[in-house]
Structures are given as C-alpha cells and as structure tokens.
Design a protein around this ligand. Structure first.
Ligand SMILES: C[S@@+](CC[C@H](N)C(=O)[O-])C[C@H]1O[C@@H](n2cnc3c(N)ncnc32)[C@H](O)[C@@H]1O
Length: 102
C-alpha cells in the first residue's frame, strides 16, 4: 500500500484531477466545520497525510498557516514544487502520522 505512493506521486494529481478541481468545495466544508465546532479561531493547521498537497495548498491560499506531513518524500516533492510555484510558504515534513512526538 505505502509503496504505491512512491510510484504514484508524479501521476497523483493527474489521476485525481477532477477531485482537485473541487477542492474549493472541500475546504468550504472544512471552514464551515471550523466555524461551527472550533473553540477558537483556527489559524494554524497540520495536514496529516497531505500527499501532493491538494487541500494543503488551498488552505494556505485562504491564509491559514499550514504544515503538511506525509510518509512519502515523493509525494512531498510534488507538494513542495506546487507550493513554490504559487509562492505559498508551506512547511512540508516527512513523517509518520501514527508516530508523532508532538
Ligand atoms: C489518498 S492520499 C491523500 C493525500 C491528500 N490528503 C489529499 O487529500 O489529496 C494518502 C496519503 O497518505 C499518506 N500516508 C499514508 N500513511 C501515512 C502515515 N502513516 N503517515 C503519514 N502519511 C501517510 C500517503 O503517503 C499518501 O500521500
């Protein structure tokens, strides 16, 4: 399963192009949850298993301070390239979401 993403990374956004086109709707929903459920204004977001950063970048475009974490460097490399292309200052970290030490 995990090895899939090392091979898939460069093709992920092509395969999920239709979904990526709807990411604004996804993040609208996330922001609605923030408004309804969060105890304070959300400013910082840790996007676990961020992959190629489809939602991560949209969150950053909306002004959140976002960190993306993913197991696979290959996925992160795509995410970093896209973020740099848009001039978005997103920190991307390689790590296992199941073994966070913070
Ligand atoms: C289906 S992709 C989703 C990517 C992104 N969240 C999105 O919505 O486009 C799943 C991602 O989870 C990552 N992943 C799987 N297990 C993980 C783990 N234990 N810790 C961090 N990332 C993990 C994979 O490397 C892959 O990039």
């Amino acid at each position: 399963m995990h090895e899939l993403y090392t091979v898939l990374a460069e093709y992920y956004d092509v395969i999920y192009r239709k979904r990526a086109e709807r990411v604004e709707d996804e993040i609208d929903f996330v922001e609605e949850l923030f408004r309804k459920e969060a105890e304070r204004k959300v400013k910082k977001i840790l996007d676990l298993a961020c992959g190629t950063g489809i939602p991560t970048l949209e969150l950053a475009r909306r002004g959140y301070e976002v960190t993306g974490l993913d197991l696979h460097e290959e996925m992160l490399a795509v995410a970093r390239r896209k973020a740099e292309g848009e001039g978005l200052g997103i920190e991307f970290i390689q790590g296992n979401a199941l073994e966070l030490d913070f």
